[in-house]
Design a protein around this ligand. Structure first.
Ligand code: 73E
Length: 823
């Protein structure tokens, strides 16, 4: 793997760096029509971006012809979401030209950092699932695994969050308003995507019954490519994002009838398909437009896959030897009946041959067990939008249930649990069941989660297909999440153990002995302090609040969700506040508690918790007794570029979900990789992080997954904790009585009630005291800076497992059956 660390040739030559400055000036004029004497940062950012991008096009084409010539098996990563964030520094980092570029930009009168800030994030995802897809693309191409990401180019990505009077407000994220220099639009490639209509039978020339999908409404899909450079740039791949265009004949009859506006309305409606990303993380909204988006992605992608495949093959029989399709959750699972339809209705295959090809092509990753996130579509809706697919789904299910019935005779309850069609409460298609039946492999995203799939959510399937459900623990790319976002620490690590760590993260283990070296510890602490200073400046700019870099930076940045328990963190803050108020001269460890995260626009309770954080912050930050020893802030608009500032500056990473509910988490990995200590439950990948870093270097507390399940079964009584714990009682009463909302006393009653009167589903009350104790251990350790820094080093040093390079190789070897090219 270290092969990719060595830049193949002198980068100055390969990337013609001597010409870069001239190219920037040339692009200012030729592409942007700007006066090169202008000092507009945005123009220079754009000119730089184009000049960087053009240096990759050759390598990209060479990579693609390598794939073609070697007839390599290709991986298609299908995802409704990608979260690349900004591209500029990612390109420069992977090209290995950050320092050179910094000098050139300085000669033009700018700092690289200020041009970097001109770029708007590509926020085409909600959170972890989309970011994982982007990390995997980086790891695939960096390890020469021929792969592509396929997704949707939303006009509007995840909304822009502002905080107004403590409340979240959403603004549209018009991220390409000023253009996007990274995209290569393929105006000349268009695929037709069909919707509605009906399925018709006919007889082919051999007298066989066949089906065709007719009277459809058609929309065109146009691809837009964004290059993905591998680290060291020996390979460059791309993600292909689709945008909807109305078909030319769309509503021609309306035009002919003279109904110009009516016809234009149809055009606009069809182009709406790729207008906006659904902003719900783990919550199914069940809108027709969302299903349209899903099928739009799938239909366009499969036309592209088959076109590429058929350039080199005459028969589709060998598709699974040339193509592996990974379904990023069930969002693109309609691909299963779509491939069946193409193979049978378009390419004339029989069911059995087509089904065999299908199930050898697909693999499905499950990312969540939350019931509200599991996709089901009403049969009416799916049947109206995609009538032929509905027929195929019924037939898949009929044959599948026949097999189950043969294995478990008489077990009708099992049949109804496993059926792709849910009958109770109106017929619905269970997309997870469809994805399991139609894939050769299903994986969870952390060991605990995969285990829960096998023994809980997909237990029946695990009994029926004992080898199908497996684990691939998530990972993050060390290029973006250490090298790029944390130059101070990266430099120190490279000076100490050499540069190989960034493509062989296990190498970080060589830092372990250095934890005992006091000079190294000092250097490590200085890097952290530098990052904390940078973040403090950012916080001052963003929320006009000064924070002290010498306090413990306690961070919880992730989507706002009840199961993630930001509220538990707030309860700890309130408890600390009360302790200070009770004893203002107490010797406490000074803390800065920072939060960030978006709530789905319709998620009332999550939005109320944002408000609570802001109201608690208002009270705490203004209190004279607190005197700066406890500060709280909510940073608006958490996104990838903000994460890159937050993650390197954290001392403490909050990973405190109710055990069994966070499938993996990836923020937990990013923080620990950058030397934060974790306080967390035994949930998701935290379990494996503990195994790697050692139980003595992490603060684990609270109920375990099986205990949560057990308590739910045996009856859980949150009031018991309230009654037996005076400190907890006081916190709850303050929230409930309006202490933090004096002008609107009942404002936070729904928060109080959810814990006290509605069963406290996420078990905050049970975990409060253990969490407080773990936090006390954090405070004590932070006072012993020597020990803290030691543990900080050991955390980063033991994070090798959580590189997405490792995850991708597990998929490649165990699921996709592809090898790195050139091996
Ligand atoms: O635990 C995370 C996981 O680390 C999980 O919640 C998240 O996926 C991450 C990557 O594996 C996730 N997101 C979604 N489901 N699981 C989701 C569901 C519907 C829409 C958007 C996102």
């Amino acid at each position: 793997m270290s092969r990719v660390c060595k830049m193949s040739k002198n980068v100055r030559e390969v990337f013609r760096l001597d010409e870069l400055k001239d190219d920037i000036r040339r692009n200012m004029v030729a592409l942007l029509g700007n006066d090169p004497r202008s000092k507009r940062k945005f123009s220079y950012y754009n000119a730089l971006a184009y000049s960087v991008r053009e240096r990759l096009v050759d390598l990209w084409m060479r990579t693609q012809s390598d794939y073609y010539d070697s007839m390599a098996k290709r991986v298609y990563y299908l995802s409704m979401e990608f979260l690349p964030g900004r591209f500029l520094m990612n390109y420069l980092t992977n090209m290995g030209i950050v320092d050179e570029c910094r000098e050139i930009v300085a000669e033009l009168g700018f700092s690289l950092e200020e041009l970097e800030e001109e770029e708007w994030d590509a926020g085409l995802g909600n959170g972890g699932l989309g970011r994982l897809a982007s990390c995997y693309l980086d790891s695939m191409v960096s390890q020469n695994i021929p792969g592509y990401g396929y997704g949707i180019l939303y006009d509007y990505g995840i909304f822009y969050q502002s905080i107004v009077n403590g409340n979240q407000e959403e603004r549209c994220d018009n991220w390409r308003r000023h253009g996007c220099p990274w995209e290569i639009t393929r105006l000349d490639t268009l695929y037709e995507v069909k919707f509605y209509g009906r399925s018709e039978t006919y007889y082919d020339s051999d007298g066989n019954v066949r089906f065709r999908w007719v009277d459809t409404e058609n929309v065109m899909a146009m691809p837009c490519d964004i290059l993905i450079p591998g680290y060291g740039c020996s390979h460059v791949s791309n993600m292909r994002l689709w945008t909807a265009q109305s078909s030319r004949e769309f509503n021609l009859s309306d035009f002919n009838r003279g109904d110009y506006i009516g016809a234009m309305h149809g055009k606009v409606m069809s182009e709406n398909i790729t207008k906006v990303l659904y902003p719900n993380d783990q919550f199914l909204q069940g809108m027709e437009l969302r299903l349209k988006q899903q099928y739009f992605l799938v239909s366009a992608t499969f036309q592209d896959i088959l076109r590429r495949y058929l350039k080199q093959h005459t028969s589709l029989a060998a598709l699974p030897e040339a193509v592996a399709v990974q379904l990023n959750d069930t969002h693109p699972a309609i691909a299963i009946p779509e491939l069946m339809r193409l193979l049978m209705d378009v390419y004339g295959m029989g069911w059995d041959v087509a089904w065999d090809i299908c199930t050898r092509t697909f693999a499905y990753t499950n990312h969540t067990v939350l019931p509200e996130a599991l996709e089901t579509w009403p049969v009416d809706l799916l049947g109206r939008l995609l009538p032929r697919h509905m027929q195929i789904i019924y037939e898949i299910n009929r044959r599948f249930l026949e097999g189950v019935a043969a294995t478990f005779p008489g077990d009708t309850e099992r049949l109804s649990r496993m059926s792709v069609i849910q009958e109770e409460g109106g017929q619905r298609v269970r997309m997870a069941n469809l994805a399991i039946v139609g894939s050769h492999t299903v994986n969870g995203v952390a060991a605990l989660h995969s285990n829960i799939l096998q023994t809980g959510l997909f237990r029946d399937f695990h009994e029926y297909y004992p080898r199908k459900i497996r684990n691939v623990t998530n990972g993050v790319t060390p290029r973006r999440w250490l090298m790029q976002c944390n130059p101070a620490l990266s430099r120190l690590i490279t000076q100490s153990i050499g540069p190989e760590w960034c493509c062989n993260l296990e190498k970080l283990r060589e830092l372990v002995p250095l934890a005992e070296d006091s000079a190294f510890r000092d250097a490590w602490a200085r890097a952290k302090l530098e990052n904390k200073r940078l973040l403090s400046r950012y916080v001052l700019r963003k929320v006009q609040m000064g924070i002290n870099p010498n306090t413990l930076f306690d961070m919880q940045f992730k989507r706002m969700h009840e199961y993630k328990r930001q509220l538990l963190n707030v309860m700890h803050v309130i408890s600390l506040f009360n302790r200070i108020k009770d004893n203002p001269s107490a010797d406490i460890t000074p803390r800065t508690v920072l939060f960030g995260g978006k709530a789905a626009p319709g998620y009332y309770q999550a939005k109320l918790i944002i408000r609570l954080i802001n109201e608690v912050a208002r009270v705490v930050n203004a209190d004279a007794d607190v005197a700066g020893r406890l500060r709280v802030a909510f940073l608006p608009n958490y996104c990838i570029s903000q994460a890159e500032k937050v993650v390197p500056a954290a001392d403490l990473s909050e990973q405190i979900s109710t055990a069994g509910m966070e499938a993996s988490g990836t923020g937990n990995m990013k923080f620990a990789l950058n030397g934060a200590l974790t306080i967390g439950t035994l949930d998701g990948a935290n379990v494996e992080i503990m195994e790697e870093v050692g139980a003595e270097n992490i603060f684990i507390f609270g109920l375990k997954a099986h205990e949560v399940a057990e308590k739910r079964r045996s009856g859980y009584n949150p009031r018991e904790f309230y009654e037996n714990d005076a400190e907890l009682r006081r916190v709850m009463d303050m929230i409930g009585s309006g202490f933090f909302s004096p002008d609107e006393r009942g404002l936070f009653s729904p928060v109080y009630d959810s814990l006290m009167h509605h069963g406290d589903y996420y078990m905050l009350m049970a975990d409060y005291r253990p969490y407080m104790e773990a936090q006390a251990a954090v405070d004590a350790l932070y006072l012993d800076q020597d020990q803290w820094v030691r543990k900080s080093i050991l955390n980063a040093a033991n994070m090798g497992k959580f590189s997405s390079d490792r995850s991708v190789m597990e998929y490649a070897r165990g699921i996709w059956h592809v090898e790195p090219l050139g091996k």
